[in-house]
Design a binder for this molecule. Structure first.
Ligand code: PEP
Ligand code: MG
Length: 574
């Protein structure tokens, strides 16, 4: 069977298929039949013991003692006397089924904890929720699935992958990623590209078909997925995979070259990073800056918010590594498809248009201050550029700057040193700020264009919704016009401007961006060699010609075709 999706991270893979289906259960109200209480109580004890054994195995398999502590605490919750008394009483006296007793009593405790005045206690609700899910899953006889310990190399099929799933990914064993949800600018796509894992997203009805299949061939160059392909096709795709890797090896030779156009113009290349781990930082020697530090990754895949000290250590490490080159640290960007286990966000009809990123930080001043203090303290060790996500207007910039100044004043009063030349800049990803880029340039020290969200808001097409993937058009001439306006405004004000969204590492778009005057591009490690190769075959005159045409072509399809022709022509030259 052949399915089709959106190829978002290039590559080819053939192998075993693994369907990732995280367990979600809510037990409904139900009662035991007469005389069944004894058996139900015994079953509860059994399930509890099995949960205890699973937790003990997790604790002994985790190397990081901080992470292990979380699961030790889950063991304590499991054996909590008050909870167990209430569950037992519910079954024995009120005739509740074990599952309903677990659901009801845990829900009661979770509600109580969420109402606690101390935010640190409130955060523990997520731990109780985890234990509840574990018990109900075991009761249902469902095995635990997660992506952090895969038995061997597999192609992962999932309805969707949340950033917290991908944060824990056992990368050595992932051949490719397939999902029903998401498109080229979703976070699953960004992670797949940054890890160099082939990925096809937005495949309609993927899970219904994948559940019936054992193997797959994923062609993330064309977007084709073949389920149970059989020997001959597997061989064909294996050969295609080897060809792709050979081509990649040739491109790799460009990784450490200076990013110069064919006529010698120097383009600054920034690195996009997530958690600040060593694998990402391998891109440090071949980049001029960190152009985007997605700090929210430090907050994901854990049950509590990272402390000031913890954040400080990570930020300091990255700043020290870059020395006198800027590290653009984006303040917390949560909301939309980026959720945290440690924070219950209110349900919103349109979360992408809701309380996300900077707006959310404004509504949680203590959390924001913790991050600002950590970043400002780390600024003493390098060149910190603080970047604000989801800025919609000048008010946002002013309000954030006040909060930054407040955190700074606190540190000064405590005698804690900060760096001297800290810049505060903005992400341009909401059209309203792009439209007044000249006014924004008067208030911000720099700008970086987040083309992923900018495209989502400009074309009014959810970047996560495959049903409108055709409307999400990063090559829309309107995108290039708006980017031109932002570049011109910041150039005029003499302030740096960069592209750190996916277009910045897109070999089709980069020639046009350079032609619009962009001289800074930031991207994941996996794109750097290719972009340096593209730049090496481009003159500024040609780039300007491409840009001029791109802003005047009528449709995104026309622009894409036109830019493709240029790229192929260039690549076929010796
Ligand atoms: C963007 O929107 O282009 C961007 C870089 O931010 P994120 O993808 O993390 O939303
Ligand atoms: Mg964004």
């Amino acid at each position: 069977m052949v399915l089709k999706g959106i190829p978002v991270s290039p590559g080819v893979a053939a192998g075993k298929l693994y369907c990732y289906e995280p367990f979600h259960v809510e037990a409904a109200e139900a009662f035991c039949g007469a005389g069944q209480q004894e058996a139900e109580l015994a079953r509860y004890q059994q399930v509890k013991e099995a949960a205890g054994a699973e937790l003990a195995a997790v604790v002994s398999s985790i190397k990081d003692p901080e992470k292990a502590k979380i699961f030790t605490a889950h063991g304590d919750i499991l054996n909590d006397v008050a909870i167990n008394e209430e569950i037992t009483e519910g079954i024995a006296v009120k005739n509740w089924t074990g599952q309903w007793a677990i659901q009801k009593i845990y829900a009661k405790f979770i509600k109580m904890i969420r109402r606690a005045p101390d935010p640190l206690i409130q955060e523990r609700a997520a731990d109780f929720e985890d234990v509840r899910k574990r018990l109900l899953r075991i009761w249902e006889g469902v095995k635990e699935t997660n992506l952090s310990a895969l038995a061997g190399p597999v192609i992962i099929a999932a309805r969707d992958l949340l950033p917290s799933d991908t944060a824990a990914l056992d990368r050595d064993h992932v051949l490719a990623i397939l999902t029903e949800a998401g498109g080229g600018a979703s976070h699953s796509a960004i992670i797949a590209r940054s890890y160099g894992i082939p990925a096809i997203l937005g495949i309609p009805d993927l899970m219904a078909h994948a559940r019936q299949a054992g193997t797959a061939a994923a062609d993330a160059l064309t977007g084709e997925l073949i389920l149970d392909p059989g020997g001959a096709l597997m061989d064909h795709y294996e050969a295609k995979r080897r060809d792709f890797i050979r081509e990649q090896e040739e491109t790799k030779a460009y990784l450490n070259r200076e990013p110069l156009t064919a006529d010698g113009v120097r383009i600054s290349i920034g690195l996009n990073i997530g958690g600040g781990g060593e694998e990402e930082l391998a891109g440090e020697p071949c980049t001029d800056m960190v152009g985007l530090f997605r700090t929210e990754f430090l907050y994901m895949g854990r049950d509590s918010l990272p402390s000031e000290e913890e954040q400080f250590e990570v930020y300091k490490k990255v700043l020290l590594r870059y020395g006198d080159r800027p590290v653009t640290l984006r303040t917390l960007d949560i909301g939309g498809d980026k959720t945290l286990e440690s924070m219950q966000l209110p349900r919103e009809d349109n979360p992408v248009l809701g309380s996300r990123a900077l707006r959310l930080c404004f509504s949680k001043p203590d959390m924001f201050k913790t991050q600002l203090r950590a970043a400002l303290r780390a600024s003493a060790f390098g060149r910190l550029w603080l970047m604000l996500p989801m800025v919609g207007g000048i008010d946002d910039i002013r309000r954030a700057k006040e909060l930054i100044a407040g955190a700074r004043a606190e540190l000064d009063a405590e005698g804690i040193p900060c760096g001297r030349d800290i810049k505060t800049g903005i992400m341009v990803e909401i059209p309203s700020i792009a439209m007044i880029a000249d006014l924004a340039a008067a208030e911000a020290d720099f700008a970086s264009i987040g083309t992923n969200d900018l495209c989502q808001y400009l074309t009014a097409a959810d970047r996560m919704n495959p049903a409108v993937a055709a409307y999400y058009q990063p090559y829309h001439p309107g995108m290039f016009r708006l980017i031109r306006q932002v570049v011109e405004a910041f150039d005029k004000a003499g302030k740096p401007v960069c592209v750190c969204g996916e277009l910045g590492g897109d070999s089709l778009a980069v020639p046009a961006l350079v032609g619009l005057g962009m001289r800074k591009l930031s991207m994941g490690l996996a794109s750097i060699a290719r972009i340096k190769r593209v730049l090496s075959g481009l003159t500024i005159a040609r780039a300007e010609e491409l840009a001029e045409t791109a802003v005047n072509l009528p449709t995104a399809g026309d622009v894409e075709l036109y830019l493709k022709k240029h790229l192929h022509h260039n690549e076929s030259r010796p």
